[in-house]
Design a protein around this ligand. Structure first.
Ligand code: SAH
Length: 268
């Protein structure tokens, strides 16, 4: 089979059959599940998912892969040849009857935007993705360390992300430069207005890691530092010192203090 791998699309295909089975196990796919797969490639993982799930909706950006994917047999497969990052969430989700599980082995440069996009879904039940080893470590990092950042806090707000397995670069064709791991996050809380505020507060607080919360928040919110002195929260710390729960408290305090209707547009 002749195919020119495209670096710009981050094409590193899985060739190890055992790994494909393991990913289905890691994602906890059952016969009643609807699954969204992003970055189908030649369909290796797609086929494995179709065997386990009720329905699989798969996205692939590279039109050259169309004949390969359309040749796949499964009746329970829906294919879209589009950029899943650009397509609005509501349109992606209109293919599903209810909640669904997201599974992806994707180019590493879109991992973070993809995670943030799907954390804003109210229908996704779990996210199982192959990520660069270092990104996996950042997702599960505890507060206080250098790996802890906005990605860790936002993922941990929704549940307890877990590294399911380490994956050596040798299982991919072509072989990437870095090792990988599979991370799963079960969504225990639904995205709502509080979560939207939380995201914005976290983003502002980590804008400049070396600055205190006070400096980052005053700048991000466009208020005088003195305005925030009555908040009742120690803002002389840095973002990496706050647990996800403390960020939640901070978000609620800011909302009460600055006004419910004021904070949402201000933070956006
Ligand atoms: N899942 C397959 C392929 C992994 S390579 C496997 O495990 O073997 C990643 C795939 O994602 C590539 O085929 C690439 O073309 C596709 N891709 C990259 N960006 C994408 C995007 N924004 N939307 C949909 N697919 C994308």
């Amino acid at each position: 089979m002749k195919f020119n791998f495209k670096k710009k699309f981050g094409q590193n295909f899985i060739t190890d059959k055992n790994l494909l089975k393991s990913i289905c196990l890691d994602a906890d796919i059952h016969a009643t599940d609807e699954v969204l797969e992003i970055g189908a490639g030649m369909g290796a993982l797609t086929s494995a998912l179709c065997q386990e799930a009720k329905k699989v909706v798969a996205y692939e950006i590279d039109q050259e892969l169309k004949p390969h994917l359309q040749a796949l047999e499964p009746q329970n497969l829906v294919l879209h040849f589009e950029d899943a990052l650009k397509k609005p969430l509501a349109q992606i989700e209109s293919d599903f009857e209810g909640c669904y599980k997201l599974v992806a082995n994707l180019p590493y440069y879109i991992t973070t935007p993809l995670i943030f996009k799907f954390l804003q879904s109210t229908l996704v039940d779990s996210i199982t993705i192959m990520v660069q080893k270092e990104v996996g470590e950042r997702i599960v990092a505890q507060f206080g360390g250098k790996d802890y950042g906005a990605l860790s806090v936002c993922c941990q707000y929704f549940g307890k992300p877990k590294i399911m397995r380490k994956v050596p670069k040798s299982v991919f064709t072509p072989q990437p430069d870095v090792d990988s791991c599979i991370v799963r996050l079960d969504i225990e809380k639904r995205y709502d207005e509080n979560a939207a505020n939380f995201f914005q507060v976290v983003r502002m607080c980590f804008k400049s890691r070396r600055k205190t919360l006070l400096n980052n928040l005053a700048e991000g919110l466009g208020v005088e530092k003195s305005t925030l002195s009555g908040l009742g929260f120690d803002l002389n710390r840095r973002a990496e010192q706050l647990s996800p729960t403390q960020f939640e408290q901070l978000t609620l305090l800011l909302k009460d203090y600055l006004g419910q209707d004021k904070i949402v547009p201000m933070l956006q």
